[in-house]
Design a binder for this molecule. Sequence first.
Ligand SMILES: [Zn+2]
Length: 158
Amino acid sequence: MTEDWRDSQEILVMDGRIKVPYAWSAGEVGTTYLESLRDAERFLGTRCPVCGIVYHLPRMHCPDCFEACPEWVELESTGTLVTWTIARRPHPALSPLAPPFGFGVIRLDGADTGFLHLLYGFGVGSLRSGMRVEAVFARERTGSILDVSHFRPSREVV
Ligand SMILES: [Zn+2]
């Protein structure tokens, strides 16, 4: 095999900066969901009338059978940690929390699907798939998914 220019090429790195302000419409379902978090500290999902799947985050239409999902279902603020990873460095774009914090997929009690949110207030090495977690709501809520500050290990008595 002959040596080609790629074997000795110095890879250049260019510094850049991207700032992209934007507004995103939450739509009807998203607005109802976020208002419920903001005003009542209550999680909502939607149920597919054909499959019976309870979606959280709520869906206007079932992604499996495409049926409309008009039924709202109130969910618990406790759930099960499905999977997770830990961030050991600050990441202000993704989390207002100081490290170590985690990102976890959480399936709330009453829902059939999981969603991604922040994990905090756990001991190093204590996170496990299948562990019980509970939501901690932000004191000041604005109609954002961060109205739920994070999830922590559950303090529920079983
Ligand atoms: Zn369905």
